[in-house]
Design a protein around this ligand. Structure first.
Ligand SMILES: Cc1cc2nc3c(=O)[nH]c(=O)nc-3n(C[C@H](O)[C@H](O)[C@H](O)COP(=O)(O)O)c2cc1C
Length: 210
């Protein structure tokens, strides 16, 4: 039976974990150049505000995935690339964004990207960061996976969420990029807690050999 894991309390959405089997570990041996590629679409508001996912650290505002991406970039001395869609593509009110994103998922849409990664060939390792939207990757991340061929590369997922954890990201990415080596040991953190995850991120990177 399909597990129902969305509970809405008024405007505040809580997403209990929906564990899915993850992809098997792939062979390692990728020591080349790395890049952090991420999508982040923070909503106005901070921390406990319903639907908000902005993190503040040292006076700077970050989306939660954006924050993790910056930590990984610094720690691994990677390059960084943000997956972008047109500026007004998504509503800025949580309930409207939730409905819009749900419709995009139902349509299996591929929103047009305004970002362009021209030197993908330079990289062996891609840290791929994403929020979980409706239990999976937002459709712009599918646009990215459609647009770029990650065959032969190591792809290491990380997610921000409010209960769904990795949301099956490793398996989903593997399905989209069957010839990439997708790490099953991805990192995930609640969006409202990302600014306290530096040590956990560094420890995870160390476990992966970075
Ligand atoms: C449209 C939408 C759908 C979401 N769906 C889920 C979900 O299915 N599971 C979950 O755990 N969190 C869900 N969330 C919460 C986000 O994953 C979380 O707020 C995340 O920190 C956003 O990252 P960002 O600030 O980098 O965009 C959803 C948020 C939005 C806006």
């Amino acid at each position: 039976m399909k597990r129902v894991c969305l509970i809405l309390f008024g405007a505040l959405a809580v997403f209990p974990a929906c564990d899915k089997p993850l992809d098997e570990n792939q062979e390692d041996g990728f020591n080349g150049k790395s890049i952090v590629v991420y999508f982040s679409n923070p909503l106005p508001g901070v921390d406990a505000v319903a639907g908000a996912s902005i993190t503040i650290k040292d006076g700077q505002k970050y989306g939660s995935v954006q924050y993790m991406a910056e930590v990984i970039k610094e720690e691994t001395e990677s390059d960084i690339h943000r997956i972008m869609v047109e500026e007004n593509h998504y509503p800025t009110v949580y309930r409207e964004l939730a409905d819009f994103a749900n419709a995009e998922k139902a349509d299996n849409a591929r929103p047009k990207l305004t970002s362009n990664l021209t030197n993908l060939d330079d990289y062996d390792v891609i840290f791929l960061g994403t929020p979980i939207w409706w239990y999976t990757l937002p459709m712009p991340v599918f646009s990215f996976l459609d647009q770029y061929d990650l065959s032969g590369k190591k792809v290491i997922p990380f997610t921000a969420h409010e209960g769904s954890g990795l949301g099956g990201a490793p398996a989903t990415i593997k399905a989209e990029e069957p010839h990439a080596a997708v790490e099953s040991n991805g990192f995930s953190a609640r969006g409202t807690q990302t600014s306290s995850q530096d040590d956990a991120i560094k420890s995870w990177l160390k476990d992966l050999g970075f």
